[in-house]
Write a protein that binds this ligand. Structure first.
Ligand code: PLP
Length: 289
């Protein structure tokens, strides 16, 4: 088994299997903190700058002290070095997670901050290879909520992912692989751990972050590269019917990268003759910087 890596923000490397958190850490008792997840490929964490930028935005949204990005950069380097030592440069991909909580409930002002690298869950290879069937689930809020109630933290990557995980379990119980959330009005939001991208000929479309979804680092990088390569890109509100009318729909994220949506609510999406061009684009978008 590959050795998992754990490094605290002070640069100290820990035994991954040794206990780390106190029982009253606000991450554990309130989900009061933020995280971010990066892919490690070829021993190198991908899109570090974009992830640290989002990490800082998530912290600001939650009123956490601004993360020291130089220190986080260093922790990412140390963790990646440990990972390379364990698996080699051409070893398996890894999942790098940054965690930053408000610290212990009994010690106001303390913070908890660390990075881990672990092996990718097996579902990822399968999602990349075979795609995913999805069910649409209503998230229960309006696309206006992010603007009307910024304290709701809709654009922040907080540790409170229980609802997202519940949605995925619900999907599995119904025989689906993944979820696309919809708003109270029926607009397409995002997946519980991915951004939705629809492909129409040479145009890529994704919902705007202003409707209350997480800004996807991968989709942002893909859209930048796509524009350089002559694709059109758009952000606009989509309905599930727009997805069904697309040439292809993808769930995009840092670790899975691109999982083609094979069916939406039992409607089987037609095969995309050009299936590989989008997945190739995503691969190339995360191979630089
Ligand atoms: N939306 C949600 C809710 C997510 O959890 C994720 C994954 O982190 C994404 C979108 C995709 O973001 P990224 O491409 O930065 O991984």
């Amino acid at each position: 088994m590959t050795k998992s890596v754990l490094v605290t923000l002070d640069g100290e490397v820990h035994d991954f299997d040794a206990p780390l958190l106190h029982a009253d850490d606000l991450a554990a008792v309130r989900g009061d903190g933020i995280f971010d997840t990066l892919l490690v490929r070829g021993g190198r964490p991908r899109k570090v700058r974009r992830h640290l930028e989002r990490f800082a935005n998530s912290a600001a949204a939650m009123g956490l002290d601004a993360p020291d990005l130089t220190a986080w950069d260093k922790v990412i380097d140390i963790a990646a070095e440990q990972w390379r030592d364990a698996v080699g440069d051409s070893g398996p991909e890894g999942l790098l997670r940054l965690v930053y909580s408000r610290g212990r409930e009994s010690r106001p002002g303390s913070v908890t901050a660390y990075a881990t690298i672990t092996e990718l869950p097996a579902r990822i290879a399968q999602a990349r290879r075979d795609g995913v069937s999805v069910v649409t689930l209503e998230r229960g809020y309006s696309i206006d909520l992010a603007a009307n109630a910024p304290w709701q933290l809709l654009g922040a990557k907080t540790l409170s992912y229980a609802t997202n995980m519940a949605a995925l379990r619900h999907a599995t119980d119904q025989g689906f692989d993944d979820v696309i959330f919809t708003s109270a009005e029926g607009a397409v939001l995002e997946g519980p751990r991915s951004t939705v991208v629809a492909v129409y000929d040479k145009t890529l479309v994704t919902p705007p972050v202003e409707i209350g979804i997480l800004p996807g680092t991968t989709t942002n990088a893909v859209f930048e590269l796509a524009e350089q390569e002559g694709w059109k890109t758009e952000t606009r509100v989509l309905l599930p019917a727009d997805l069904i009318a697309a040439d292809a729909v993808w769930l995009v994220s840092s670790v899975t990268l691109a999982a083609r949506v094979t069916a939406i609510n039992r409607y089987v999406m037609p095969d995309d003759a050009d299936e590989h061009r989008f997945a190739d684009l995503v691969d190339r978008a995360i191979s630089v910087d």
